[in-house]
Ligand binder design. Structure first.
Ligand code: GAL
Length: 494
């Protein structure tokens, strides 16, 4: 969470602008709600010395970069800088990208005291991939010894959510939310939200999909649309970057950025992304995000009216796998709305929404599904992500036998939280098991592993009894035979 300079200022800013925004993060109370990073994007470095070291634009930063970063740090904030995979950034000459200067630039950023690095995708050299440069930069950052978060801004190119968990902590999923300075269009807000949501299965702690810096408070949105925008980012577990001028914002905009209950949805420790449920009617979308754990019975729900006329919207408890009644809280009104049977229904203005917290009893007879590819799971040995069109969310994890490594490979499903200790059933869905009878070792928590046969199949499933304990559990699949088993998902029922 933080503030980023580009959306409002483009390159029309200087040292004082950044200091003013840092001060505003403090005076508005935003810092204390979690907005910690001040990200200076673009037009920073106007050339290189003969030895290749970066020259900070002296007109814009008359006191140098270190002095400005010290100012930011003195306010209990963190500082972020910007570079590019190319020789020059998106703003073009003379602004410097880090291509072939990764080590030197990372060391410079660390020397300035930076805590965060964004790397953009303009002017990508054709002789290599963006991925190779991002991986080089990540390594260069590691070598500095200074903890700096790394943000891959490839606008969704090269699908970083599928490979960058060891490289970066966040990545852009789409092109810019606006091509215009300090102006935005509603359709782009919706477009960036929906496009980011397509990768929701890869949302986890330190694996964040970024639909772009927010345009809350930017001209072009009605107050209703701005609130929906913030709610969309919150239910996406998106990085919350304010992209407006914090020193000038009105009370309504400030109210949107400082809703602690909406922020808590965004920052929920599970880190789950948004799940789209059945559309209520044309243009009435229903989104949910499990809070705490899958199957906790607690979830955020966003009802959105994308149509241009007021319309009714509803969420049904059966779509949330809840049984009986559920409690509903409105996170913008800060109000408990009471207990509801079966569904919650409301009227939404055009482009309006409600962000709810719904708490009920999870239906363990239906169970909860854990995707193999979720980055919170642990892969070891030769386990690897496998694109799989027929799998849920399009991916499986492939376990390959010892021909590819003495230990074979394993996948540990984590964060399997159940309400009480006892017998549960884990239904494992696998996409491919090449041999007639592949045997995997299944280990629940610290118990002795048990052999389970996965009959040869293109798309099969096996139901395994598992004794789980109240609270958090893990279930590991280890494969040490010759051949391959590809695991799609696990559904845990009682
Ligand atoms: C874009 C990037 C923006 C901003 C801008 C600066 O490519 O997505 O976040 O950094 O470049 O030129």
């Amino acid at each position: 969470m933080g503030w980023a300079s580009w959306n409002h200022f483009f390159c029309d800013y200087n040292d004082q602008t950044i200091r003013d925004q840092a001060d505003a993060l403090v005076s508005t109370g935003m810092r204390d709600l979690g907005y910690r990073y001040v990200l200076i994007q673009e037009c920073l470095t106007s050339g290189r010395e003969a030895d290749g070291s970066l020259i900070v634009d002296a007109k814009r930063f008359p006191h140098g970069m270190k002095d400005l970063v010290d100012y930011v740090h003195a306010r209990g904030l963190k500082a972020g800088t910007y570079t590019d995979v190319g020789e020059y950034t998106c703003a073009g000459k003379p602004y410097q990208g880090s291509y072939r200067h990764e080590d030197q630039d990372a060391a410079t950023f660390a020397g300035w005291g930076m805590d965060f690095v964004e790397m953009d995708y303009c002017n990508r050299p054709h002789e290599t991939t963006g991925r190779a440069i991002y991986e080089r930069m990540a390594e260069a950052i590691r070598k500095t010894g200074r903890p700096m978060l790394f943000y891959i801004c490839s606008w969704g190119n090269e699908s970083p959510w599928t490979w960058a968990q060891d490289t970066a902590q966040l990545w852009r999923t789409e092109s810019d939310i606006s091509g215009e300075k300090n102006r935005v269009q509603w359709d782009n807000v919706v477009g960036n939200f929906e496009s980011s949501a397509r990768h929701a299965v890869f949302s986890a702690p330190n694996s964040w999909n970024d639909p772009d810096m927010m345009e809350v408070g930017t001209p072009g949105l009605t107050p209703t649309e701005a609130q929906t925008h913030f709610s969309m980012w919150a239910i996406s577990a998106a990085p919350l970057w304010a992209g407006n001028d914090l020193a000038q914002m009105d009370a309504a905009t400030r109210g949107l950025y400082t809703n602690a209950e909406a922020i808590a949805v965004d920052q929920d420790p599970l880190g789950a992304g948004p799940v789209q449920l059945r559309e209520y009617s044309a243009g009435i979308e229903v989104w949910m995000k499990p809070l705490g754990a899958l199957g906790s019975g607690v979830q955020a729900v966003l009802l959105v009216n994308l149509a241009s006329v007021p319309a009714e919207a509803a969420v049904e408890w059966s779509d949330l796998a809840l049984t009986g009644k559920a409690q509903v809280r409105d996170l913008w009104a800060h109000k408990d709305l009471g207990e509801f049977r079966e569904a919650y229904k409301t009227l939404l203005p055009a482009h309006g929404s409600v962000l709810l917290k719904v708490t009920g009893e999870f239906d363990w007879a239906r169970g909860t599904t854990y995707e193999a590819e979720w980055p919170g799971n642990l892969r070891a040995g030769n386990a690897s992500l496998l694109p799989c069109p027929e799998c849920s969310h399009g991916y499986a994890v492939s376990l390959r036998g010892p021909a590819n490594g003495a230990q074979g490979s394993s996948l540990r499903f984590t964060h399997i939280v159940v309400p009480r200790s006892g017998r549960f059933y884990a239904n494992v869905v696998y996409v491919y098991s090449g041999e007639a009878n592949n045997t995997v070792q299944v280990r629940v928590n610290q118990a002795q592993p048990a052999d389970v046969k996965l009959p040869g199949a293109i798309y099969g499933s096996v139901r395994i009894p598992v004794d789980l304990q109240q609270g958090e559990n893990s279930i590991e699949f280890r494969f040490t035979a010759a051949g391959t088993v590809d695991i799609d998902r696990l559904t845990v029922t009682r």
